[in-house]
Write a protein that binds this ligand. Structure first.
Ligand code: ATP
Ligand code: MN
Ligand code: MN
Length: 301
């Protein structure tokens, strides 16, 4: 815990707008969105995204030649992104340290986009104290062919079970197939306690309703069920961040949604990076005020 993240040092380019090269490069071949449109999206949405994305170790899905070509998941870099993409040394299992990435502002997000980033994924802890988890996520992964109604019902049931334990939770549409149930937490418990709680919660659900749920990641056990992916809650795991774009067909985005709005959804990818105005407008609606924030502690389970 003595290792501190790198301070945001003003470098030679500090404060300057981030230059986006190859703005016209089409990175979503089926729907036509370009790298420039991706940059515009993150520029517009950064005020909504940064409360969740800033000062948190991140992993990036980069597709420098567009999503039809090779994409890769990136956790580390040698300092090539720019002065607004910072490093935080994190202890590895072998006792050594590795530098992870974090950003603090819009420039940081845009420097990642300049490097071909489409998706932003975040740790469940802040870069200031990576040993103190502050967010639990139940990532609902339905088996192929299972309808979205089942996913919605599962998310709602998890919300209710968490509420029974005194925990407020929020729904995130992943921009892909599923819903993430997000539980913001005050720090003060360990990763071991964090993972343990998530595991036991998911296992209790699958034990109570084995025909609907599994807590086991094997695809074979998923047949007609929803995998409650609690493994997002291990030290070092990540989950897609609210308002991240997805490297999937149509350039969809992961979005916060109220429990009430979720009832009317037919799938998990209603908006794309072209919908900045709608997304900014809906963030002002009453239904989304306070989304993702709650001051609460894990109860004993
Ligand atoms: P969907 O709703 O379609 O499942 P998702 O974002 O939940 O979308 P998952 O495949 O369930 O996608 O993955 C959950 C999380 O696991 C991702 O958001 C990501 O942070 C992490 N993840 C996925 N693939 C990798 C990978 N190759 N390496 C590391 N972490 C990954
Ligand atoms: Mn998922
Ligand atoms: Mn998953």
């Amino acid at each position: 815990a003595s290792v501190k993240p790198e301070k945001a040092k003003p470098g030679p380019g500090a404060g300057k707008p981030v230059e986006i090269s190859s703005r016209d490069r089409v990175i979503f071949p089926d729907s036509g969105q370009t790298k420039g449109e991706m940059a515009d999206y993150y520029e517009a949405l950064s005020p909504l995204m940064l409360p969740f994305a800033a000062r948190r170790p991140i992993s990036l899905v980069r597709c420098p030649q567009g999503r039809a070509k090779k994409c890769f998941f990136q956790k580390h870099d040698s300092g090539t992104f720019g002065d607004a993409v910072h490093h935080v040394p994190i202890r590895e299992k072998d006792g050594g340290h590795e530098d992870y990435l974090f950003v603090d502002d819009q420039r940081g997000l845009l420097q990642c986009v300049q490097m071909g980033t489409i998706e932003f994924h975040g740790w469940g802890a802040r870069s200031d104290d990576v040993e103190a988890p502050d967010r639990m996520i139940f990532d609902l992964d339905p088996d192929e062919g299972l309808g979205f109604d089942e996913v919605k019902k599962a998310a709602r049931d998890i919300h209710d079970k968490l509420a029974d334990l005194g925990l407020t939770s929020f729904a995130l549409l992943s921009g892909g197939k599923g819903v993430h149930v997000v539980v913001p937490l005050s720090t003060g418990h360990s990763w071991e306690q964090h993972k343990d709680f998530a595991k036991r919660f998911a296992e209790a659900l699958s034990l109570a309703e084995p025909e609907r749920f599994t807590a086991n990641m094997s695809k074979a056990k998923r047949k007609g069920r929803i995998f409650i992916d609690w493994l997002r809650n291990q030290r070092g795991s990540t989950a897609v961040l609210p308002y991240s774009a997805r490297a999937r067909s149509g350039a969809p985005v992961a979005i916060p949604i109220s429990w009430n709005e979720l009832k009317d959804m037919d799938h998990a990818h209603p908006y794309s990076i072209g919908d900045t105005t709608v997304l900014l407008d809906r963030s002002q609606t009453k239904a989304l005020q306070g989304w993702g924030f709650a001051d609460q502690r894990l109860p004993d389970l």
